[in-house]
Design a protein around this ligand. Structure first.
Ligand code: HEM
Ligand code: NAG
Length: 335
């Protein structure tokens, strides 16, 4: 597959200079707690092989299952939007906390993150936070599935709290229309532009039919291309027939394992899964962003990289706040 060969080379597009510029943007997002900000190469003295170790585990995982990159990028989004990028999404239920975030919405990739953490612990125990490991894994997913590279700042610390009830408050619904999406991103210091750019992650990965059948039955959402809807109905039968748990590719038009600006072409054509995707064309300014990202693949990569860095700075714990977990699925004091 083209993706796998691409990943054996250096990525075609290196976006270092742009990612540095993004750090300036990021510092304008006030951290909710902690006194220091993130920095590039945070582990240069404490664990110089941290990023390399993550990459060396992530790459073969994605070669083995090309949908894993999407799992890491979505985990990162869900981590950052709930209590900031503090790895709270990764905590398993315990007797004291039976309903952490991960019990709210099923996500993929938890075992994979635990394996990456084990590999990093073997190199430098107790040094590298799970929040940073997830950020590096998400970045490496862009390298492997998207063929573009960028620097990801680090120095995040791991949180000790995690609650399913926060998920419904902060993770936007796929049934949301534009203003609710804009508000949800604004609550995290992100702009409408960031919303549009980051939604490009829906160029790859999976969805479950349950999230799209509402736009297919009993009548097809008129904003969906009719030919596309007819094909999608074959993959996703009516909810009453019990097919809601079927997984289908987010991108039904081109290679569903490539992270690219194809998403914006699909939005413009009415060939996307969610109301939250299609609604991006419902206002002139966001429609113009969709069209611009559709027309400029490399510009989108640079914007996506910058927006991932910016999202990666949301409400982070730094300095002595939080902890560096020994394992990603439990806090250091969990019973
Ligand atoms: C704008 C609001 C968003 C909504 C309403 C939304 C909603 C969803 C939904 C419902 C799914 C399908 C999940 C499933 O069936 O298991 C999904 C998948 C996905 N989302 Fe989003 N999402 C949004 C933004 C984002 C952002 C900002 C990112 C990352 C930058 C992202 C990355 C992904 C990825 C990669 C997948 C595929 C996951 C997989 O293959 O397991 N999404 N999203
Ligand atoms: C819907 O998609 C089909 C197939 O790509 C295309 O031929 C048709 O023109 C599209 N319809 C609209 C209304 O854009």
């Amino acid at each position: 597959m083209a993706m796998a060969t691409a990943a054996c080379r250096r990525p075609a597009v290196m976006l270092m200079a742009f990612a540095m510029a993004a750090a300036v943007t990021m510092s304008s997002v006030p951290p909710a707690s902690g006194t220091t900000t993130l920095q590039y190469d945070f582990y240069s003295s404490s664990c110089p092989k941290a990023e390399e170790t993550v990459r060396n585990v992530v790459e073969p995982m994605i070669f083995n299952d090309p949908t894993m990159g999407a799992a890491f990028i979505r985990l990162f989004f869900h981590d950052c939007f709930v209590r900031g990028c503090d790895a709270s999404i990764l905590l398993d239920p315990t007797s004291r906390n039976t309903q952490p975030e991960k019990t709210a919405i099923p996500l993929r990739g938890y075992d994979a993150v635990n394996k990456i953490k084990a590999a990093v612990e073997a190199v430098c125990p107790g040094k590298v936070s799970c929040a940073d490991i997830l950020a590096f894994a998400a970045r490496d997913s862009a390298v492997v599935n998207g063929n573009f590279a960028f620097a990801m700042p680090s120095g995040r610390r791991d949180g000790t709290a995690s609650s399913a009830s926060d998920v419904a408050r902060f993770i936007p619904s796929p049934a949301f229309h534009l203003q609710d999406l804009v508000d949800s991103f604004a609550a995290k210091g992100l702009t409408a532009d960031d919303l549009v750019i980051l939604s490009g992650a829906h160029s790859f990965g999976l969805t479950h039919c349950a999230f799209v059948t509402g736009r297919l039955y009993p009548t097809v959402d008129p904003t969906m291309n009719a030919t596309f809807a007819a094909a999608l109905k074959k993959l996703c039968p009516p909810p009453a027939s019990g097919g809601g748990g079927r997984a289908v590719s987010n991108n039904q038009v081109t290679d569903p394992n490539v992270l690219s600006n194809q998403y914006f072409k699909n939005v413009a054509a009415g060939e996307v899964m969610f109301t939250s995707d299609q609604t991006l064309t419902s206002r002139d300014d966001t429609k113009a962003m969709v069209d611009d990202n559709a027309a400029n693949p490399v510009a989108w990569m640079a914007r996506f990289a910058a927006a991932m860095v910016k999202m990666g700075g949301v409400e982070v714990l730094t300095g002595n706040a939080g902890e560096v977990r020994k394992v990603c699925f439990a806090t250091n004091t969990a019973s």
